[in-house]
Ligand binder design. Structure first.
Ligand code: FAD
Ligand code: N01
Length: 538
């Protein structure tokens, strides 16, 4: 394929995005001898970690696991400093990878892909960018991220606010000084839960506008000791293999083998306390049925609720912070550093905007339905993302016969294995809807998808094939399977962004595949081994 590229300006592969997905794609494809070019709206590599620079931003998967596993030299050489790495450190890691494997030369930064059209006669894609360019490629891979389309809700008067405005997912590059200022934060999801303790340290006063309280467990972050690092590095290949092949989330935790209902109340209390003290998302693996059995789930939820009431001194504030109307773990569990204790500070006020919703934003703050007014100098939207489908559908993607992906997905995303949507030949997605993606250690899922996609393109080259599409029947069966897998769990019980519930009008469908990365990986490997069963190659 590559020789022709040089002759007629047709790339083998165009990649949209230069986060961890895009970088690994470029690495694999260029090493396999394909011509490849990537585009990113950002000014540098890193994706999520380029954009989310809010104070307190860090990962919730332990650093020794939240990193690439494809190159042993890389994982041996790189040193993480803390149990949960900060955003600057993860961004430095992405830059290190780009430099180490000489990847930046393949990326055009500050460039947004706005449209992609498939042409059946040439079996290729034409991408249009906001710079007015047209790029032609045989294959297009959307490495656009599951949590990259940041979203500001439509609130009347929003444009009138005269103070500083921020979104956690598009934070400025220069440090923001909140010293002594009155700050308003809308949202109490993972981003807010990380940012609020830090903002409270700086601000004169912090108003937190909460619609739905969230469950959060302490991170107990700490510097990594040389012993801890050595323990991982001495056994990295085997540990990574275990995470990939034997865990549902692509992450090694202390997995329990029994139901919460098999333990006595005293045993449960001791186990939850032990895990609470240890910190991190390990808490959710205390028993093996916490996401499938409502009664078991309630024992964990009740433990966290009691912790909130213990930590937060003002009973009314504690009550407001306590989630009661959805099971724990049905939204991504938050991992925090002193979140609940922050509400004991005299300069922090929690405002319940479920009972008294925001009516409008004003030039100096906001007003609620009951006419309560809150004034602030800076407004931080911690209001999340149009997750999983947002970044894909912001691009006007046109497949066979000019059909639009936006139209096809109007009632919910449809994709075979989350990798390809029928009618959009030669267009792959990394961690697309219908894959485990956001329910996992995402870098592990990225590696698996990138390896599947690049192996498939390589296979096609070796067989002289030019076109691949998902079979409609295979796609329908996969979408049904994704729905059935979700229905066997408690996850659909929460109005989460997994379900599209955070976006008014978005179809309520469980988008990620809850079957587990171990099982999903086996299915993908079988599909590839059976000559890409469920795909149509020509
Ligand atoms: P991204 O990193 O989102 O990169 C996609 C890139 O595509 C972006 O740079 C974007 O600018 C670009 N792009 C999108 N559309 C276009 C377009 N049309 N034209 C040009 N460029 C485009 N996951 C975990 O497993 N553990 C964690 O602890 C964790 N913490 C997170 C914390 C935050 C604050 C957020 C938001 C997400 C977190 N995630 C975490 C998920 C995280 O998104 C993934 O782990 C991973 O970084 C995704 O990499 P990616 O390359 O697939 O996507
Ligand atoms: O976004 P969210 P996020 N009026 O959607 C509120 C990953 N991540 O950026 O719940 C008022 O979770 C909304 O309220 P409600 C992680 O996967 C990881 O925090 O809809 N409020 C909610 O409180 C995470 O799950 C880390 O009632 C409005 C908040 O805004 C994902 O990214 C850190 C509103 C949005 O929460 C997204 O997290 C950060 C409105 N109109 C992110 N609209 C780690 O720790 C929205 N809200 C690794």
């Amino acid at each position: 394929m590559s020789d022709r590229t040089l002759n007629d300006g047709l790339l083998d592969v165009a990649v949209v995005g230069a986060g961890f997905s895009g970088l690994y794609l470029i690495h694999r494809l260029s090493r396999l001898g394909f011509s490849v070019k990537a585009f990113d709206s950002a000014g540098d590599v890193g994706g999520t970690w380029y954009w989310n620079r809010y104070p307190g931003a860090r990962c919730d998967v332990e650093s020794m696991q939240y990193s690439y596993s494809f190159d042993d030299g890389l994982q041996q050489d790189w040193n993480w400093s803390e149990r949960f790495a900060t955003q600057p450190e993860i961004l430095a890691y992405a830059r290190h990878v780009a430099e180490r494997f000489d990847l930046k030369r393949f990326v055009q930064f500050n460039t947004t892909v706005t449209r992609a059209d498939y042409d059946e006669t040439t079996q290729s894609w034409t991408l249009a960018t906001d710079k007015g360019e047209r790029i032609r490629a045989r294959f297009c891979v959307m490495a656009t991220g599951c949590l990259s389309a940041s979203r500001i809700p439509e609130i009347p008067g929003a444009a009138s606010f005269a103070g500083e405005i921020y979104h956690t997912g598009a934070w400025p590059h220069e440090p923001v000084d909140f010293g002594g200022k009155t700050v308003g934060v809308i949202g109490t999801g993972s981003s807010a839960i990380q940012a609020i303790p830090e903002l409270a340290e700086q601000a004169g006063h912090l108003y937190v506008f909460q619609r739905t309280p969230n469950f959060s467990v302490p991170a107990r972050n700490a510097p990594l000791t040389p012993d801890e690092i050595a323990r991982w590095k001495s056994d990295y290949p085997a540990l990574r293999k275990r995470a990939r092949e034997e865990t549902r989330s692509g992450t090694i935790y202390e997995f329990a083998v029994k139901s919460a209902l098999e333990a006595t109340p005293e045993e449960r209390e001791a186990e939850y306390q032990r895990r609470w003290d240890k910190g991190g998302a390990n808490f959710m693996h205390a028993y093996n049925d916490l996401v499938v059995n409502e009664q078991s789930n309630e024992t964990a939820a009740d433990f966290v609720r009691r912790k909130i009431r213990e930590i937060v001194q003002d009973p009314q504030t504690a009550e407001l912070l306590t989630p009661t109307d959805y099971p724990i773990f049905t939204k991504r569990i938050c991992v925090d550093s002193d979140y609940y204790a922050t509400f004991n500070r005299p300069n922090v006020t929690l405002v319940d905007i479920r009972r008294d919703p925001i009516e409008a934003i004003t030039p100096v703050g906001l007003v609620t339905r009951s006419a309560a007014r809150y004034g602030f100098d800076a407004l931080v939207y911690a209001t999340g993302f149009d997750a999983m489908t947002g970044a894909l559908l912001r691009v006007d993607i046109r497949g066979e016969g000019g059909a639009s992906l936006r139209d096809k997905w109007r009632d919910g995303p449809k994709a075979y294995l989350g990798l390809m949507s029928a009618g959009f030949p030669n267009l792959f997605m990394v961690t697309g809807p219908g894959s485990p993606s956001v329910l996992s250690n995402v870098i592990m899922s990225i590696e698996q998808h990138v390896e599947f996609i690049t192996d498939c393109i390589d296979h096609m080259r070796s067989k002289g094939l030019a076109r691949i599409d998902a079979d409609v029947g295979a796609e329908e069966r996969w979408v049904a399977h994704v729905g059935e897998a979700a229905a066997g769990t408690l996850l659909p019980k929460a109005a989460s962004w997994y379900m599209g519930a955070n976006i008014p009008g978005k179809p309520r469908i469980m988008m990620p595949y809850v079957g587990g990365v171990d099982r999903y990986r086996r299915i993908c490997s079988e599909v590839a081994a059976k000559n890409y069963e469920g795909f149509v190659l020509a």
